[in-house]
Design a protein around this ligand. Structure first.
Ligand code: SF4
Ligand code: SF4
Ligand code: SF4
Length: 395
């Protein structure tokens, strides 16, 4: 198949196509983003991917539209799925099915509706950025350096700033009242661990990116990302853990006081409705999203939870654990306040990490007011459309 059309810069076209997605791919003056693309996509891959959008299409539809052979297009599309450059969805053909629902039958059942495989362009983040760094490749260092340059040149703006954010804060287990969990079931981490028998836990790619770039990172363990539920028949392995092992690892990470975030309330990871489908234990030192937010480069990055900490200064004995735990510098030691850390509510993203670590029970989460309540979109499509509506403001 010959995709070489000299009148088109396929890498530029792909960068624009990625930027048009609800997840965004900020264009920079130096065009460092096209260098990132060139490390990941071959010419043929970039040529085809750059002609896709967020609208899911069959291989036949794509082939006809771009003037190529369907069989060759299918092979190329399928080869890009594992590297998360292309996202495949099986769409229900019946009307009235919301979002990008999967309709395959569960084992032993007939399919509920005729289904057909459709393809769409997958975003940079969460997408091929993570996939590329997950496997250590010879170009990982170069990729990481380009990524750092991309962030410095404002690369995060269209990705992180528009609301609803690309990732959401999930408050710590034990920090929310049962009635609050009922109102927002996507915060129910304990229920997630009861729903599945197996959990996929992968390496923190942000930490890997730091190591590739600088040769070192923080002391937190590398295996702390995902915890995505798996069916019981998936064999146990280094990355597929039993419920007991996964919960033990999760408990250990909780005790370290990192922040739990997840791919946007499960939608970006295939959920049909807002649901906890897995999460990362993130640290501000490695995570690009937390970093951009806490250093004040962007006003909003991660989607805050609907809770904020309330502090009882009477109970505080200035141990400093909250200062250590808060990834957003919301607790700052202050000589003028009897050396007790002063809590800055405007910086709080509502993770509950400080409260769970406070030995004096001086900190707890409370819901934000109804007028400030963030209503989680009910589907992936609704999330995408809300993002697209709000993206103009970041240009
Ligand atoms: S999101 Fe957090 S835990 Fe996941 S890869 Fe990034 S820093 Fe690591
Ligand atoms: S962890 Fe609790 S007791 Fe320690 S400094 Fe913070 S608020 Fe005070
Ligand atoms: S103040 Fe506490 S709840 Fe708020 S962001 Fe910091 S650690 Fe999380």
């Amino acid at each position: 198949m010959n995709h070489h059309d000299k009148s088109v810069d396929v890498y530029e076209r792909l960068a624009d196509a990625l930027d048009a997605l609800p997840s965004g791919f900020t264009r920079t003056p130096s065009k460092v983003e096209t260098e990132l693309i060139k490390l990941v996509f071959t010419y043929e891959e970039a040529s085809l991917a750059g002609q896709l959008t967020r609208s899911a299409e069959t291989a036949d539809e794509i082939a006809k539209r771009v003037g190529l052979d369907e069989a060759e297009v299918t092979v190329l599309l399928e080869s890009m799925i594992p590297r998360r450059m292309i996202r495949a969805d099986t769409l229900a053909l019946e009307t009235g099915v919301k979002g990008l629902g999967k309709v395959e039958a569960t084992p032993g059942q007939e399919p509920k509706a005729k289904s057909v495989k459709k393809y769409r362009l997958s975003p940079f983040l969460v997408g091929w950025f993570e996939s590329y760094l997950q496997e250590s490749k010879p170009d990982s260092k170069r990729f990481s350096q380009l990524y750092e340059q991309y962030v410095i040149e404002g690369g995060g703006e269209r990705i992180f700033a528009p609301r609803p954010g690309p990732q959401g804060v999930i408050p710590y287990r034990g920090s929310l009242k049962p009635e609050w969990l009922e109102r927002e079931p996507h915060n129910d981490i304990a229920a997630h661990f009861q729903r599945y028998d197996r959990f996929l836990v992968i390496d923190c790619v942000c930490k890997k990116e730091q190591v590739a770039c600088y040769g070192h990172s923080c002391d937190l363990p590398v295996k702390r990302c995902g915890f995505v539920g798996m069916p019981p028949m998936v064999p146990l392995s280094e990355n597929v853990l039993s419920r007991e092992e996964a919960m033990k690892l999760w408990d250990g990470l909780d005790a370290m006081g990192t922040m739990v975030i997840e791919g946007f309330y499960g939608f970006t990871m295939g959920a049909e409705a807002p649901q906890f489908v897995g999460g990362c234990h993130c640290c501000g030192c490695c995570c690009c999203i937390l970093n951009a937010g806490r250093l004040g480069n962007l006003k909003e990055t991660i989607q805050r939870s609907n809770y904020r900490v309330v502090k009882d200064y009477e109970k505080c004995h200035a141990c400093g654990e909250c200062v250590r735990r808060c990834q957003f510098f919301a607790h700052i030691f202050d000589k003028a306040a009897d050396d007790k850390p002063v809590y800055h509510r405007e910086k709080c993203v509502g993770c509950g990490a400080c409260g769970m670590g406070c030995p004096s029970h001086a900190l707890h989460l409370e819901p934000v007011s109804e007028e400030n309540w963030f209503h989680v979109p009910s589907s992936f499509v609704e999330w995408e459309e809300a993002r697209l509506r709000n993206m103009g403001s970041t240009k």
